[in-house]
Ligand binder design. Structure first.
Ligand code: SF4
Ligand code: SF4
Length: 374
């Protein structure tokens, strides 16, 4: 059965602010049907790696928190620590990064909790009897302690999963450090020495010091240090970094779907995505390349699978923006058109795997009805 997905664009007609428009959207989508009185409500968000400017602004988080409080709920913003080194690898750094990017109780109207604690080890183990790749998900405790889950997601490209949508925000983002390791452990990349030009882009992207250079100036991956996060794949503009396990990204997609199912099941959940500043790579990067697509709008649904499907379809209906990574990729002589902006940007990805698997797990439907609000 088709799920309802509510959509509105970024037009304001000079009378309604975007945060107020977001509130109108989520009310229309039925957030008011969730009984929130005195319930803890986790708003799962990505605070953005410092240096990246495409993460969602705190004003959107505040807008959602205000609606939760109106309904009697007790909201908090949350995310888990990262697997790789960077500025969000433990709770202290993570809180500082959130503050640097403008998230604090004064700006968002609620507190911030790093879900998997100081060192990324405060986790809840969730049995997943129907998991094909994960039998016990390892999830940040605060995220699971919440009575209600709201995903507030920046919809953008991703170098390993095609796009970063609701399922990835919850599944990968909700994993503790061990959980992230489990999702990423399907393969470590290698460098095609013939293609490598020695530009050091992969080295700059790697948070693990896992890239070394030989006397010939070519990169190679140090397997003992590499955690398989895939950031170097997106950082290489010469397609020299590849995953020797041809199914690694596919398995990652399946695991993300299974983690998302483990995190959502058994409690009310609601999902919001904003297609804005559609950078080709994740907000985990300490920089954001130019958006590959125009700003499209805001979407909300009770169904994260339908929501991601609708976001992808809306993106694929747009023309790529000139002077971007996608535009450059399309101009290459060896370009193969996958008829999908995200796979064309990162040809090693196919986001459909996540969607198909999440639907199989009963997390939602890939069929949707798009309800447009002015
Ligand atoms: S980014 Fe690519 S081309 Fe540049 S050093 Fe790394 S593997 Fe080589
Ligand atoms: S996958 Fe690439 S970026 Fe990630 S740890 Fe390994 S070498 Fe570094």
């Amino acid at each position: 059965m088709a799920s309802k997905v509510y959509f509105t664009d970024f037009r304001t007609y000079g009378k309604e602010s975007l945060p107020h428009k977001l509130q109108r959207l989520i009310r229309a989508a039925g957030i008011g049907d969730i009984e929130m009185n005195k319930q803890f409500v986790a708003i799962k968000i990505h605070f953005g790696e410092p240096g990246n400017l495409s993460y969602l602004r705190p004003q959107y988080a505040r807008a959602v928190a205000e609606v939760v409080k109106e309904q009697g709920g007790l909201p908090f913003l949350t995310d888990c620590n990262t697997l790789y080194r960077g500025k969000r690898k433990n709770a202290l750094d993570h809180l500082e990064a959130a503050a640097e990017n403008g998230f604090n109780p004064a700006t968002t109207g609620c507190q911030i909790l790093i879900a998997d604690g100081l060192k990324g080890t405060d986790e809840v183990l969730i049995d997943l009897p129907d998991g094909e790749y994960v039998k016990q998900a390892k999830v940040g405790r605060a995220l699971m302690d919440a009575d209600i889950l709201i995903s507030l997601n920046h919809f953008k490209g991703h170098e390993a999963t095609g796009f970063g949508g609701a399922l990835k925000n919850i599944g990968m983002g909700g994993g503790s450090r061990a959980g992230k390791m489990e999702q990423h452990n399907s393969g470590k990349p290698q460098v095609n020495q013939k293609k490598c030009v020695g530009c050091h882009g992969c080295e700059r992207a790697c948070g693990q010091d896992a890239v070394a250079f030989g006397p010939d100036g070519k990169a190679r991956i140090l397997e003992d240090k590499c955690v398989g996060c895939g950031r170097c794949l997106g950082a290489c503009n010469f397609d020299a970094v590849y995953n020797a396990n041809g199914h690694a990204n596919e398995i990652l997609d399946y695991k993300i779907a299974e983690y998302a199912a483990a995190i959502c099941r058994g409690r009310p959940h609601f999902h919001i995505s904003l297609i804005v500043d559609v950078s080709p790579q994740c907000d985990c990067h300490a920089e954001n390349d130019a958006p590959i697509l125009p700003n499209i709008g805001m979407l909300a649904s009770f169904d994260p699978v339908a929501l991601d499907e609708a976001c992808a379809d809306l993106c694929n209906a747009q023309q790529p923006l000139p002077g971007t990574l996608l535009w450059d990729a399309m101009a290459r002589p060896d370009f193969t058109d996958h008829r999908d902006h995200f796979t064309n940007t990162a040809p090693v990805t196919d986001w459909h795997f996540t969607q198909i698997h999440a639907e199989k797990l009963g997390l939602g439907s890939r069929e949707y009805e798009l309800i447009r609000l002015k």
